[in-house]
Design a protein around this ligand. Structure first.
Ligand code: NAD
Length: 455
């Protein structure tokens, strides 16, 4: 069936059941959970094949565990999220009554990237189904084994008018985002996000854009450098840095770059004693992506950076050694482009003013990390910089909070999801006013006389 016909069929199915009961929504979530739990090994194997070596632990931790947790959370809170709420009514409108009614939008399109292919295709799907929508998913062509598996698993668990997976490359992606969905949810690069926003605007389709950017980690003088280094190393090397909220670069106080590099090297040895061969360390998706990282390193070297590889490149194979880039300057490509790999530039700054000035001079990042104990400087960072989300004294973990929204700001994205925030994204909150037989608003009808001469 072609894309448009699939959308028309889903729309007709939605029209036949515009208000799915809690039981129907729970059944859809249960099927999604069963798909996750029953096919765990197949999912791990497919993503491993696509990456040419994806840590099975990382797939379980950052994809299966996250999605299963999100489904259980949605199931547990569905009744409260979906109920119509009484809302106060101003005195001069009484005895009319206000209520706010979350209504499913209809058919939702989801476009997902390759780096966490399971989490980023199904995370938004959980929220869309909980909110009562029909869903079409377009996963990445760069993870073909996983995308084919997802299409099979979804087809076995769902009627195609409930959830359908559409596979294909950029041409299919372009056609997909041109469909008049009731909502379009895109996760991917900022450059493609811009094109998606334009395509959606032609249909006045509302969009959520979960994009990328350069997320800074700022280490304050008051930080414990050993602890900060271990947490930064973990976050940077998870999925070999191919993580949208990975700390992209480090800002450290003047004189601390080399001590910090030593702490990072020690942390990498502790976390990955057999780097780079260890199966805990994930490969880079493709030769093209590896070449891009190598070109970033060469460019940095050409600009006078000191490059410290924390594993033997000769033994790295499809992996890329964790690499520190000292004496980084804003002119280097590695400081201008999202890195999306295990390269960590370290910049020295004079003080907190310089750190803030550096962050606010660039695009608003998806995440920001601050390490330290000084509450005054921490609060300045929180108040004077923008970022999609923040973790203090660690990295990444704000994403895993089902009770907090996850999303970007400015160039790193528009809108949010996770937990109830995802339910809200895929619902229209319809305000309803019930007017009784005897209505106070009769006072507002003409003839007006002198009633409204003064406020
Ligand atoms: P991408 O933008 O190249 O591709 C994402 C998806 O869009 C894929 O399914 C692709 O087929 C499709 N696509 C590509 N060109 C298209 C077009 N012109 N029109 C419509 N669809 C198109 O991103 P990627 O390389 O797969 O993923 C990496 C990027 O995603 C990084 O920038 C990363 O920061 C970002 N990302 C963001 C989040 C987040 O939650 N904010 C999560 C993961 C990744």
């Amino acid at each position: 069936m072609d894309l448009n016909a699939r959308l028309v069929a889903q729309r007709a199915a939605f029209a036949a059941e515009p208000w799915p009961s809690l039981a129907v929504r729970r059944s859809r979530l249960d099927r999604l959970l069963a798909l996750t739990v029953d096919h765990e090994d197949q999912i791990v194997a497919a993503i491993d094949a696509d990456f040419g070596g994806r840590s099975a632990h990382e797939t379980r931790l950052a994809e299966l565990f996250v999605v299963a947790g999100g489904i259980r959370h949605a199931r547990a809170h569905l009744k409260r999220w979906s109920c119509t709420r009484r809302v106060p009514t101003a005195l001069h409108f009484r005895p009319a009554r206000n209520r706010l009614m979350p209504q499913p939008l209809g058919v939702v399109g989801i476009v997902s990237p390759w780096n966490y292919p399971f989490q980023l295709a199904l995370g938004p799907c959980v929220a869309a189904l909980a909110a009562g929508n029909r869903v079409m998913i377009k996963p990445s062509e760069l993870t073909p084994c996983f995308s084919a598996l997802l299409a099979r698993l979804i087809a076995a668990a769902f009627d195609p008018d409930e959830v359908a997976v559409v596979t294909g490359g950029v041409d299919v992606g372009q056609a997909f985002v041109g469909l008049p969905f009731d909502h379009l949810f895109f996760t991917g690069s900022t450059a493609v996000g811009r094109q998606v926003a334009v395509a959606a605007a032609a249909n006045l389709t509302p969009v959520t854009l979960e994009l990328g950017g350069k997320s800074p980690a700022i280490v304050d003088r008051s930080a414990d450098p050993v602890q900060a280094a271990e947490r930064i190393a973990f976050a940077k090397l998870l999925n070999a840095g191919q993580t949208c909220i990975a700390p992209d670069y480090l800002l450290v106080p003047r004189g601390m770059a080399r001590p910090m590099a030593d702490h990072l090297a020690a942390a990498v040895r502790r976390l990955y004693p057999a780097m780079p061969e260890t199966p805990d360390y994930t490969a880079i998706l493709s030769p093209r992506h590896r070449d891009r990282l190598a070109a970033l390193v060469e460019d940095a070297r050409g600009h006078g950076a000191q490059v410290v590889a924390l594993a033997d490149p000769q033994r790295a194979g499809a992996k890329y050694p964790p690499t520190l880039i000292l004496d980084a300057t804003p002119a280097m490509r590695v400081m201008r482009e999202e890195i999306f790999g295990p390269l960590l530039p370290i910049l020295e700054v004079d003080d907190i003013d310089a750190a803030i000035a550096h962050v606010v001079a660039g695009d608003r990042p998806l995440a920001l990390y601050w390490f330290g104990r000084d509450a005054g400087r921490r609060d300045r960072i929180l108040r004077e910089t923008h970022a999609g989300g923040v973790t203090i004294n660690d990295c990444l973990w704000h994403l895993a909070q089902e009770d907090q929204p996850f999303g970007g700001v400015g160039a790193s994205g528009t809108g949010a999801y996770h937990g109830e925030w995802g339910f809200r994204t895929f619902s229209h909150y319809k305000p309803v006013l019930d007017q009784p037989r005897l209505a106070g608003t009769a006072l507002f009808h003409p003839p007006y006389g002198k009633r409204f001469d003064r406020l």
